[in-house]
Design a protein around this ligand. Structure first.
Ligand code: FAD
Length: 490
């Protein structure tokens, strides 16, 4: 029996989701005995930063959006806000590749809808017919049906094929590394669905809201880079700061959890890999790992839940970072990066001008670029050998940006099966998972498999989960027993 005085909670997974959950549990109730298990030797999951030779190398994410408040709010609470850098206003624009050249994404074009007329009329990215078809969106009646739809189908229906192919597909590919023909519009871009519902047309909705003059829809283009921030010393400052606020002895790295099991009458056991394997008893467990790994862990606990988790797709990508001297690059680099339509038949999803976006990423006179390769539509490219990834990224950058000579430094990071893809029907799948989880008091799930892949959404889910954990443990009434019968029913 666990002592009733001190409750024990295990968090499985030391990415941003697990760290946010563990931190929130400790924040709410420092008396809880907390353990965080991370399979890898280091914390952070896909969030990894290194400072080397004057460059700041980000292995995975390099910033987060502030429009969703949870990342910023957490940074405030942990004292990291003064360290957050805004993007450099001077270069607040992005490009899209069109016929082998970088073209500015029209000002005010946000993911899929224009908020300004003139930049769209003037853009060489779309043909006159494409522009006319886009303008027709204003007059198209809205669809009120409740069924889910793919992002591609939604955009083609509203704005036409050309806007989809030349602008929306590459922008969405750049964010989700995903295939818009599979992605659920409701889960990935819910506010656009809501705009269609409320105003009948996205253009009408954006224009009617423009009176508020939100910077989100004016004067920016592409993925709304101006709303992003990054810690001065990189994203690992965030995960490091969270870990640093946990009590000593909480974090166990190199500790893969191989099994969880209910411990009647209530509570859970967590078994670590290795020999001899160790088993710990806890009152509640938070599983904060990617869908496929969570599916394996829950296979014996609830086969149905495990199956639903296993159905959540994950895409792979690689990031190749290349450093050049500024004078090697002919392009003005007057933006934050570019996205590449699949129709251009290139081997790169997007390119980021990392040291232009944020100050302090490269020494004076040097430039750091990041190439995203692979994703759901070109999965084989993510698995190229390292030298081919470097050659591919350099070739693409050299061609698109007019680069002479070789990169001075390179770094490859691989992200196999890390980016959750919310396919059509995802919401229903998540509801089914939540319904199954509700049968198991003390078992909770966080992570990017559920309701958002961005850092703020992962933080939000982790923190809300922690709040449920603490509320459950505080509840004086004994938790309903977990019996073998309730566990294995399918
Ligand atoms: C290349 C890339 C770039 C991105 N860029 C951005 C960006 O700029 N901005 C943004 O907001 N979002 C970005 N994202 C998305 C965001 O970074 C991720 O969705 C988020 O970091 C996921 O965090 P997580 O903790 O849920 O999962 P992960 O980071 O995957 O962490 C899960 C952890 O669980 C551990 N684990 C797995 N199984 C076990 C086990 N059995 N026992 C113990 N530990 C286990 C893993 O080792 C891992 O450390 C990016 C994602 C990728 C892949």
């Amino acid at each position: 029996m666990i002592s009733s005085a001190r409750k024990r909670v295990a968090v499985i997974g030391g990415g941003i989701s697990g760290l946010a959950a563990a931190h929130r549990v400790h924040e709410l109730d420092p008396e809880i005995e907390l353990t965080l298990y991370e399979a890898q030797p280091q914390l952070g999951g896909v969030v990894q930063t290194a400072r080397r030779d004057g460059f700041l190398w980000e292995w995975g994410p390099d910033n987060f959006i502030t429009q969703l408040p949870w990342g910023l709010q957490l940074c405030r609470r942990i004292g990291l806000e003064p360290e957050l850098l805004p993007t450099d206003d001077q270069h607040r624009q992005a490009f899209v590749v069109r016929r082998g050249r970088l073209r500015k994404i029209p000002q005010g074009f946000v993911i899929m809808a224009p908020s300004r007329i003139w930049p769209v009329i003037a853009t060489p990215i779309l043909s006159p017919w494409g522009k006319l078809r886009m303008a027709c969106e204003f007059f198209l009646p809205g669809q009120k049906a409740e069924h889910d739809e793919s992002l591609a189908s939604f955009v083609i229906r509203r704005f036409g094929r050309e806007t989809y192919d030349r602008l929306v597909q590459p922008l969405v590919g750049g964010i989700y590394t995903g295939d818009p023909h599979q992605l659920s519009v409701r889960m990935t871009m819910p506010r656009f669905v809501e705009m269609e519902r409320s105003h009948g047309s996205l253009i009408r909705a954006i224009w009617s809201r423009r009176s508020a003059r939100s910077p989100a829809t004016t004067g920016t283009s592409g993925a709304r880079y101006s709303l992003f921030v990054a810690p001065r010393e990189g994203m690992s400052s965030l995960t490091g700061a969270l870990a640093g606020r946990l009590p000593a002895g909480t974090v166990h790295t190199g500790a893969p959890v191989v099994q969880i099991a209910p411990r009647p009458p209530h509570g859970w056991t967590v078994t670590l890999g290795g020999s001899p394997s160790k088993t710990h008893s806890v009152d509640a467990v938070v599983v904060a790992i990617p869908g496929p790994a969570a599916s394996r862990l829950l296979a014996d606990v609830d086969p149905v839940c495990s199956q639903r988790l296993g159905e959540i797709h994950y895409a792979s990508c690689s990031i190749t970072s290349l450093a050049y001297r500024r004078e090697q690059i002919a392009h003005r680099l007057d933006g934050f990066g570019f996205v590449v339509p699949l129709r251009e038949k290139r081997s790169i999803l997007s390119g980021s001008f990392a040291s232009v976006k944020y100050a302090g990423r490269a020494p004076d006179g040097e430039v750091l670029l990041r190439a995203f390769i692979g994703g759901a539509c070109q999965p084989e490219l993510a698995e190229l050998p390292e030298d081919e990834l470097i050659a591919t990224a350099h070739r693409e950058f050299a061609d698109l940006l007019g680069i002479r000579g070789e990169p001075r430094q390179v770094q490859v990071s691989r992200h196999p099966q890390t980016m959750a893809q919310y396919y059509v029907g995802h919401q229903q799948r998540v509801e089914q998972i939540e319904a199954r989880l509700a049968r198991y008091p003390g078992l909770f799930m966080a992570g990017n498999a559920f309701e958002g892949v961005g850092i703020p959404q992962c933080i939000h889910r982790g923190e809300r989960t922690a709040e449920q954990v603490v509320a459950g443990l505080r509840d004086d009434s004994p938790a309903s027993p977990v019996s073998g019968e309730s566990i294995c029913r399918t």
